[in-house]
Every structure is written in structure tokens, then in C-alpha cells.
Design a protein around this ligand. Structure first.
Ligand code: 13P
Length: 259
């Protein structure tokens, strides 16, 4: 089963419109001459306020090498939900992906598995692809409950999602202790947990669908780590935070994930 790798940059709460335009243009320029089939699927997730300017610089000028993602959404289509953004509003910018369930959203903004499940269902119904994040804290790892915690997050996020739709979702395994700390999870250990995720997917959606799901690793991914990560059997790409804020390091990561 060959799964096309994804390298996604999660810009988090960085970059105003001018900075976002500059960054996406630099990425675009650096990869524009690379054979499309050799490239991984490249995704950037700016803040909501930069979706417009990034969209203008990729979707509107026919750049097929970079796809747009949002970092969050709300599951209701419209209404009295002050401060929230609907999936259709995000789709309006030409976005193809929406990151949901990031540990920062779970921990800082108290998002529950139930909310993440509602978001996943609504994103799939809208024809977009959710990038569903999961990951354990250091405490959970030390208690030896990593695998059961991750499996539970996956089962809950995908409750009531059709097996054929599960085949198209993207999962990001992001151990919380590795996010923004410079401490990358050992590649073989990340691959082991990702296999736990794939086996969980096989239990809920069948082996064939589970083999199609792209599962990314996230947590202090750097140009120096990507080759070893991509060499693992089940790691299908990366969700990159800090190193996606500089075109140079992000492009090096993209190149490290090329066929
Ligand atoms: P860092 O790459 O900065 O560790 O962030 C990872 C992350 O949270 C991506 O979503």
C-alpha cells in the first residue's frame, strides 16, 4: 500500500497577513520547479486572519503544489457562536484540510473528544479532510497508558464515521511532551504508536481502510529528523510547528520527505 506523504506546517498563532504572504511565497518559489509527483502533499495552516492572503497566493494563482488548511473550526454551520468560524467559511477560501483536536486546543481551550468528533463529522460532510490530532502527556507515558489513551482518542474522534470515510481522514500523532520542546520522539517509538493507531483504525473500519489512512508524526520535527522518520514503515509525513515558520527549514523538511 503506497500512501502519499503529507508535510503540513501548523503556523499556530504566528504571522500577520504580510508575514504570511511572504512565507507562503518563499515556500512556493522554492518548490515550484520540483516534479509534482516526487513532492509530498504540502499543506500550510495559517491563522484564520491570514487564510485570505495565503489562499490568494496559492489557490487563486493555480499553485498545485501547496494546499491550504485551517487550524480549527466550529461544527455548527452558522448562528450565535461568537468568535467561532464555520467549515463553509473556511471552505470559501479554498481550504482542503482542517486540523482538529490539537493538544493546545484540548488543553488550553478545553476541547473534548465529543466536540472533536462533531467537528470530524461536519468536516467530512462538507467534503474537506480533517487532520485529527492525538497524543499523550509525559505523565500518561510514564504511567504506561500511552497506547490505551491514543486508541481511545481515535475511537472517540471517529465515532459514527463511515468506514469508507475513515479511509480518507488524516491523523497526526503528536506526543505532547515533544511539542515545542526540541525533544523529538524516537522514530521507532513514534512508528510503534502509529501502528497502534493503525490497528485501532482496522478494528473500527477494517484493515483495508486502515491501510489507506495517512498518519503523520508531529513534535519537534526538524530538517535533521525527517529522513529517519520517513524511513519508518507507518509514518506518512509530518505536522510541523516551529520549523514550518521559516521557509528554509520547512522546504528542507519537504525535500526530506520526497520520493
Ligand atoms: P513543534 O514542531 O513546534 O514541536 O510543534 C508541533 C505541533 O504542535 C504541530 O501541530
Amino acid at each position: 500500500m503506497s500512501r502519499r506523504p503529507i508535510i503540513a506546517g501548523n503556523w499556530k498563532m504566528h504571522n500577520n497577513r504580510a508575514e504570511s504572504a511572504k512565507l507562503v511565497c518563499a515556500i512556493k518559489e522554492a518548490i515550484q520547479d520540483i516534479d509534482k509527483d516526487a513532492l509530498p502533499e504540502v499543506v500550510v495552516a495559517p491563522v484564520f486572519t491570514s487564510l485570505g492572503v495565503v489562499s490568494e497566493n496559492i489557490c487563486h494563482c493555480g499553485c498545485e503544489r501547496i494546499k491550504l488548511a485551517a487550524q480549527n473550526c466550529y461544527f455548527e454551520p452558522k448562528g450565535a457562536f461568537t468568535g467561532e468560524v464555520s467549515i463553509d467559511m473556511i471552505k470559501d477560501f479554498g481550504a482542503k484540510f482542517i486540523i482538529i483536536g490539537h493538544s493546545e486546543r484540548r488543553q488550553i481551550f478545553s476541547e473534548t473528544d465529543e466536540m472533536i468528533n462533531k467537528k470530524a463529522i461536519a468536516i467530512i460532510e462538507a467534503g474537506l479532510t480533517p487532520i485529527i490530532c492525538c497524543g499523550e502527556t509525559l505523565e500518561q507515558r510514564e504511567l504506561g497508558v500511552t497506547d490505551s489513551h491514543i486508541a481511545s482518542q481515535i475511537v472517540k474522534a471517529l465515532d459514527n464515521v463511515k468506514p469508507s470515510d475513515i479511509a480518507n481522514v488524516v491523523i497526526a500523532y503528536e506526543p505532547i511532551w515533544a511539542i515545542g520542546t526540541g525533544k523529538t520522539c524516537d522514530s521507532t517509538e513514534a512508528n510503534r504508536v502509529i501502528k497502534v493507531i493503525r490497528n485501532t483504525l482496522a478494528q473500527i473500519a477494517g484493515r483495508e481502510n486502515a491501510e489507506k489512512v495517512r498518519i503523520l508524526y508531529g513534535g519537534s520535527v526538524k530538517p535533521e529528523t525527517i529522513k529517519e522518520q520517513m524511513a519508518q514503515s507507518d509514518i506518512d509525513g509530518a505536522l510541523v510547528g516551529g520549523a514550518s515558520l521559516k521557509a528554509e527549514s520547512f522546504v528542507e523538511i519537504i525535500k526530506g520527505a520526497m520520493k
